[in-house]
Design a protein around this ligand. Structure first.
Ligand code: ARG
Length: 583
């Protein structure tokens, strides 16, 4: 539709200058003014002429009437003036032929504007904290992050996906103490990250118990725990390069990574870099020095901070009282490194909205430091996830792991697919694609800022606006094409309203991709997929395709199916969904 909008806008711009002798409204502006009327009986495109009244100094009704008179273009069957609107009715045959022709010609590139060619975008997403659970709270950053990467890639950007692992910090001190006290090497080798999490949960509980006891004993003294002290000491040894602790740390990281990889594999995610927080340890001092040299650092109760009062934000903490660095310090150093390494045009960070202030603060600090690229930093926040209404708590271990969520979805789907696919391997492959897809699609169905309550039954349902439903629709297009044995062709036949709706939906894909990218909102694609699936299913029920007796009509309908199939495939892949040809 964008193509026709642009074409119409160009024609309109010419007409406006010839009819009104005015160059005040350009084609770009007109593209933005053109609307899709809510009811297509009024037209397929409309120009609300009141928006031109001011520049042209005429009433909308006058403008619409003058523009309509003698407006000719083969793409439209009629151009009429109604109540100050200029309504365009598309010439169905010419339009459908062009749209389907575009899909066939461009193949898996159809929908891409290639607006990112020659530009680089760096995406920081997923980034779990090692040895802490990889739970459903990470679903958002992982799936939104990866979709944004795929969408940018599709638009032609060079993309660098970075997993900024939380592989450094005091939790390693705790884990080392816990491991030395209660750990069992073989058990961890067998049980993986779950065993590390158990140790982590246990030591947190014990530290809390010790602190509670210390308060009970002496309510006036600060909370205290000997285990907590030990953990800090072990972390200090790690920071100082103690070989034994370093070896443990490396091991904990690799055990955790192995686990994450399983989930990434299910989702088809690969990262280009796993440079985690630890990588930036030696890159922070230079940035801290720069802040100091520029006079941006202030002392606040012994800590070094950047004051952000003027921007109505709390101070940004750079160094703790004991001189140790903090989360913002590391993010600043990492951004500088990434700019130097990749020269990014955009750096995108996908995290929960709980971190919005953190990003606003350090983005501002980067600006104050005089880095010209500060305005290329983009934070993409998202809302919370609960499961059947239950909230999450990381420290107490009361969490739902991402892998468990996927496993459950997969095994429930397997129960259904087993009947149709007796071959166990094929059954599992399909169950995996449908189960994982169901979770992803359900998650990406809402605007990212919406808080989500995950209900597995809803996600897995085959009727409803779900992943299984759209994958099923895709499989249906595959089966039609397989039976047809060709991709058909567009003949000069009159199209029904249902067929036209389908063509229009296919035509909308390029602008939906552009919108999803501009708004950092994969749900634009998800909702588009639902519209396309619905349009196809209506067409499928209303029109005989293979059974159609008129040959040129049959060919045309097969071509429409093939175009739908192509676009569904591309769109599903953009949101990390697999496209099984049979379900
Ligand atoms: N590891 C962090 C967490 O799990 C997310 C890191 C986000 N990226 C960043 N550059 N700060 O909360």
């Amino acid at each position: 539709m964008l193509t026709i909008k642009k074409k119409t806008a160009a024609l309109l711009a010419d007409r406006i200058s010839s009819v009104f002798g005015s160059d005040l409204v350009g084609a770009d502006e007109l593209v933005r003014m053109l609307e899709y009327p809510p009811d297509s009986s009024m037209g397929d495109l409309a120009l609300p002429c009141f928006r031109l009244s001011k520049s042209l100094r005429r009433s909308p009704v006058q403008i619409a009437a003058s523009l309509a008179e003698g407006f000719e273009c083969e793409e439209f069957s009629s151009v009429t003036a109604v109540n100050g609107y200029l309504n365009f009715k598309i010439n169905p045959t010419a339009f459908a032929r062009r749209v389907v022709g575009d899909v066939f010609r461009l193949g898996d590139k159809y929908g891409s504007s290639q607006s990112g060619v020659g530009k680089t975008v760096v995406l920081d997403y997923s980034s779990p904290n090692v040895a802490k659970p990889f739970h459903i709270g990470h679903l958002g950053t992982t799936v939104i992050g990866h979709s944004l990467k795929l969408i940018h890639q599709f638009e032609g950007y060079d993309c660098v996906g970075i997993n900024y692992l939380g592989d450094w910090g005091t939790q390693f001190g705790k884990l080392i103490v816990a491991y030395k006290l209660w750990g069992d090497k073989q058990q961890i080798e067998r049980g993986g990250v779950d065993e590390l999490v158990k140790l982590y949960v246990r030591i947190n509980n014990e530290i809390k118990a010790e602190e509670d006891a210390s308060v009970a004993e002496n309510p006036d003294a600060p909370r205290h725990s000997a285990l907590g002290d030990a953990a800090r000491a072990e972390f200090k040894r790690l920071e100082d390069g103690d070989e034994e602790n370093l070896a443990l740390w490396r091991w904990f990281v690799s055990v955790s990574l192995e686990e994450y990889q399983k989930t990434y594999k299910l989702l088809g995610i690969e990262f280009d870099s796993y440079k985690g927080e630890s990588f930036y340890t030696d890159k922070m001092p230079a940035q801290v020095q720069k802040l100091r040299d520029m006079g941006l650092l202030e002392l606040d109760d012994g800590a070094s901070i950047v004051n952000l009062d003027k921007w109505n934000m709390p101070v940004c903490l750079i160094l703790k009282r004991d001189g140790s660095t903090l989360y913002p310090t590391r993010d600043i150093a990492a951004a500088v490194y990434r700019q130097e390494t990749y020269g990014f045009d955009k750096a995108i960070y996908v995290t929960s909205a709980a971190q919005s202030l953190h990003f606003a603060q350090w983005f501002k600090v980067v600006e104050l430091m005089g880095y010209g690229w500060y305005d290329r930093l983009v934070h993409v926040p998202y809302g919370t996830v609960s499961i059947n209404g239950a909230k999450l708590a990381t420290r107490t271990g009361n969490v739902i792991l991402l892998k468990d969520l996927f496993d459950e979805a997969i095994s429930r789907v397997a129960e259904i697919t087993r009947e149709k696919h007796p071959d166990p391997e094929e059954c599992m492959r399909i169950a995996e694609q449908v189960g994982v897809g169901a979770v992803v699609f359900y998650y990406l169905s809402n605007n990212r800022m919406r808080d989500i309550n995950f209900v597995m039954e809803e996600a897995l349902s085959f009727d409803g606006n779900t992943g299984p439903y759209v994958q099923y629709t895709y499989a249906r297009t595959c089966s039609v094409l397989e039976r047809a044995g060709s991709t058909g062709k567009m003949n000069d036949v009159p199209l029904t309203d249902g067929e036209m709706e389908l063509v229009k939906c296919v035509a909308l894909f390029p602008e939906k991709v552009a919108q999803a990218m501009a708004e950092y909102e994969p749900s634009v694609i998800t909702r588009y997929i639902l519209d396309l699936a619905a349009a196809f299913n209506r067409f499928y029920h209303d029109c005989k395709i293979i059974g159609c007796e008129d040959e040129s009509l049959r060919e045309t309908r097969i071509a429409l199916t093939a175009a739908t199939n192509r676009v569904l495939h591309t769109a599903l892949e953009l949101i990390c969904m697999k496209t099984p040809e049979k379900i």
